[in-house]
Design a protein around this ligand. Sequence first.
Ligand code: CAA
Length: 249
Amino acid sequence: MSGILDGKIALITGGTGGIGKATCKRLTKMGARVVSTYLGESKAVEMREQMKEQGCNIAIYPCDVSDFDQCQALADNIQNDIGPVDIVVNNAGITRDTTMKKMTAEQWQAVINNNLNSVFNVTRAFIESMLERQTGRVVNISSINGQKGQFGQANYSAAKAGIHGFTMALAQEVARKGITVNTVSPGYIATEMVMAVPEEVRNQIIAQIPVWRLGKPEEIAALIGFLASEDAAFITGANFAANGGQHMH
Ligand code: CAA
């Protein structure tokens, strides 16, 4: 596996979460120089220490991906400090679960800004350089709940469904320039986000997963690693479900 991404620079947003961390490790192992973003200083320090302990050397930049100008500044800083980014993994995301009758405008907007507008903000900041160099990989992390909808997640399901529309449109625009754009739609993975779902509700969800368990972050990272590689050059505009069989279509 080592060497497949030698010389490549990969940006993974939301590197402090479960899937983000596993992806940072996977792409590092594959030879990429990995850069990640963080929002909170304390999480960044924790992440740097954990990654170092595990022999994973990544660069971390502060960035609120829901802010367009911060994403532009991020692109300039990475370009100046490290070089041009070849792989963008739009992974950062949040939940604000609640039923529609209780959902506030803030809960709606926070999820749309962090989960969907962020994909535009980050991709927009890096796509011109990829087009100029005629090479690139964009992997957008959506969710099973963008594919099937989820009780209590009108905001999250809307944002995650929107991500794949973005993928399909951009894939068509950049295909002839050697850039692929794909979506990965994880099911319920053993991360802090899923562990925040009340235990009783979570157990009901696990009972609906044919493989009878939560997914592992590493299982999603492996798929992202493949899509980021040269071997995946003919795959674009696709949406990959990795959900233990919970939703098949
Ligand atoms: N389908 C139908 N009815 C449901 C239901 C479902 N899936 N879930 C709950 N209900 C019913 C309850 O039985 C209850 O009915 P009664 O009023 O008749 O007793 C009613 O809805 C509860 O409604 P409330 O408005 O009072 O809801 P609540 O405040 O108790 O909780 C919730 C609602 C916060 C959405 C809670 O159900 C929940 O956390 N659900 C899980 C949501 C979820 O799966 N989130 C995923 C997070 S992880 C992630 O997002 C990662 C990823 O990509 C997969």
